[in-house]
Design a protein around this ligand. Structure first.
Ligand code: HEC
Length: 137
């Protein structure tokens, strides 16, 4: 019972956080910054970087793509992509995963990151958030 109450309190706390407020349409525009190296959607293929379909919920560095050892090590160390870990990674990829071969400098604008999360969530239909920042049930 106490646990349930705690869960309810946590839900209340995270409802309406910035992460939940992203706009997928705007995120599609933000994704143009990524599209030189990444693709999503039907028929997406690895380019300079891995396909980002099904990103949320998967362990870093685990698709059929030639990752750097920095990225596979991060995954082996427990890094799972969620809206939260992604939002910490994307502003400074090379600070969050030192040694990554993703040379993208970073996306600092928090609103743009939120929009990007909303957009990428549309390509992660199986993702069920352990927090409340996932898609509505
Ligand atoms: C210049 C090319 C380039 C750009 C631009 C780029 N990436 Fe990457 N990205 C990569 C590469 C290369 C990797 C593989 C990194 C590694 O193995 O260390 C990667 C890896 C990733 C991963 C980890 C995927 C996994 O399966 O673990 C995520 C998430 C990601 N990129 C998101 C983005 C997003 C979102 C953008 C746009 C804001 C972006 N990237 C822009 C090249 C790029």
């Amino acid at each position: 019972m106490r646990l349930l109450l705690l869960a309810a309190a946590l839900c209340a706390l995270s409802t309406g956080t910035a992460l939940a407020a992203g706009d997928a349409d705007a995120g599609k525009t933000v994704f143009k910054k990524c599209a030189a190296c990444h693709s999503v959607g039907e028929g997406a293929t690895n380019r300079v970087g891995p396909v980002l379909n099904g990103l949320f919920g998967r362990t870093a560095g685990t698709t059929d793509y030639g990752y750097s050892s920095a990225m596979t090590d991060a995954g082996a160390g427990g890094l799972v992509w969620t809206p939260d870990t992604f939002a910490r990674f994307i502003p400074k990829p090379r600070a969050f995963v030192p040694g990554t071969k993703m040379t993208f400098a970073g996306l600092a604008d928090q609103a743009a990151v939120d929009d990007l999360v909303a957009y990428l969530l549309t390509f992660s239909p199986d993702y069920v958030s352990a927090e409340t920042d996932g898609p509505a049930p």
